[in-house]
Design a protein around this ligand. Structure first.
Ligand code: ADP
Length: 462
């Protein structure tokens, strides 16, 4: 059994060649039949014209003139191609051309009778015995008393048709290999991009993550595929880097409390401790464990808020009240650092959302503002709303965030170096942004190092 290559290029070539064959065949059959029909019709017109000529001739020159004209025509054409017969009203033959090649002509008495009585011509197609040709014949009156029975072989027509068939077959044999080669070249060109993508994909699979497919300037579907493929690789690479950094951060953040727990336990075991010292070691351990638990819970909360992104809960939330409550809650904390906290909420700002998550989102940002603003600073909270959007701006006069870190503070576990002296695990802003996005909005950060930061929460009113 022959095994054909199962490649896209081969299949495209195969179908292309098949379509070319189908088109040539359709064109051939259409031309063949329309030409044959035209030639057949022309032959019938010629026979009819002959009859009219003989009618005129009979009027002008009588029967003798007709006979002479028949003889003249017979001299011009070979006898096997044409014949003439003249019949009287009683069915008797009055004249005939040389019929040596037309012996097979059928018995036609009833047709002659029919034409005399109806005065209408009759066409007939008959087989010419001993050949593959046919003949077109006509019975018609040239006067009310004389009938002309004449016919012509279709040999010329059939030879023309055979010639046409031969031309098409030759064309077919030349065009098909050409079509196959052209189809093959076109298909290979079309799938070149796909081949390149699959080659790069296999290299990536072997670990060369920085490989990309070079983009051709064709601007077609393959270029789109290549662009999407490259963009996907960039995204995967960014995700891998993100996951790696996150794992490093988790490891780093887990190591410190675990090392502290170990140190406390070692100390408790090594000395002759009093019960009070044991108690204190136990309570320190519990404190560190709580910190670890809080970190794990916060990680889970972020994951939950992100997963919620597509099914925002529908609960009417009074955002004006939510902002007022948050300001009141953090008032005491701000006072402790002698920070002036101002709150300017616009009234009647509502949206549909998850109230607990929205509260925690704002609390994280306010908590950061107080945490990262030195004593005697200022924090302004402003809420504005339009028909389409609610905006909460939290501005502080704190330490600010370095430009390089600004895009990264929303990543899980990311903490700026300058803030490592403060408590925290780098999950607050990731959670807040996940909540804003779950509500169809986002958080935008503007910050200047040593001058302060402004977090703008944008939430669409749904
Ligand atoms: P953390 O628990 O460390 O506060 P967050 O996710 O809330 O975690 O914040 C990430 C980092 O962004 C912080 O560690 C801090 O470096 C920086 N940051 C957040 N808010 C502020 C702010 N208002 N001023 C300065 N730095 C901030």
């Amino acid at each position: 059994m022959i095994h054909l290559p199962n490649t896209l290029a081969f299949r495209l070539t195969f179908w292309y060649t098949l379509v070319v064959i189908a088109l040539i065949t359709i064109v051939f059959y259409a031309s063949y039949f329309s030409l044959k029909k035209t030639l057949d019709q022309n032959l019938e017109y010629d026979l009819l014209e002959d009859i009219i000529e003989f009618q005129i001739l009979y009027k002008n020159e009588g029967l003798e003139g007709v006979k002479q004209e028949i003889e003249r025509e017979m001299d011009l054409v070979e006898e096997q191609k044409i014949f003439f017969q003249l019949y009287a009203r009683d069915g008797s033959r009055i004249y005939s051309s040389d019929l040596s090649h037309w012996q097979f002509l059928p018995e036609n008495k009833h047709l002659i009778k029919q034409v005399f009585s109806s005065k209408k011509f009759i066409f007939q197609t008959i087989d010419i015995q001993g050949t593959e040709y046919k003949a077109k014949t006509i019975y018609n009156l040239i006067t009310p008393d004389i009938l002309l029975y004449t016919g012509e072989s279709t040999e010329d027509i059939q030879e023309t048709m055979t010639l046409l068939s031969n031309v098409f077959i030759t064309m077919f044999l030349i065009v098909i290999p050409f079509a196959f080669v052209i189809g093959w070249l076109m298909a290979r060109r079309a799938v070149k991009g796909i081949k390149e993508v699959s080659r790069v994909a296999s290299e990536i699979e072997k670990g060369k993550l920085d490989r990309r497919v070079s983009v051709s300037a064709q601007g077609n579907e393959i270029t789109q595929l290549v662009n999407t493929f490259n963009a996907m690789l960039d995204r995967i690479r960014a995700l891998i880097t993100e996951i790696k950094e996150m794992t490093d951060n988790i490891a780093h953040d887990l190591r410190s409390p675990l090392a502290r727990i170990r140190a406390i336990s070692e100390l408790a075991l090594s000395n002759n401790n009093t019960p009070h010292e044991f108690k204190s070691a136990a309570s320190d351990t519990i404190e560190e464990c709580d910190r670890l638990l809080q970190m794990i819970n916060s990680t889970l909360d972020v994951a939950e808020a992100e997963a919620d992104a597509f099914q925002t809960p529908k609960q009417k939330v009074d955002m004006s009240q939510l902002v007022i409550d948050a300001c009141e809650l953090f008032e005491a904390m701000a006072e402790q650092k002698n920070i002036k906290l101002t709150c300017q909420p616009e009234n009647n700002c509502y949206l549909y959302g998850n109230i607990q998550n929205l509260q925690r989102m704002l609390a994280n940002i306010l908590d950061n503002a107080i945490k990262y603003t030195p004593k005697n600073g200022q924090i302004d909270v402003v809420l504005t709303c339009t028909r389409q959007q609610i905006e909460i701006r939290v501005r502080d006069t704190g330490m600010g965030i370095p430009e390089n870190d600004q895009a990264r503070v929303f990543e899980r576990f990311y903490r700026c170096d300058q803030s490592r002296t403060h408590d925290g695990c780098g999950l607050g802003l990731s959670f807040s942004r996940a909540v804003a996005r779950a509500h169809g909005g986002d958080i935008i950060l503007h910050s200047h190092l040593k001058k302060g930061s402004r977090f703008t929460i944008e939430l669409p009113v749904t």
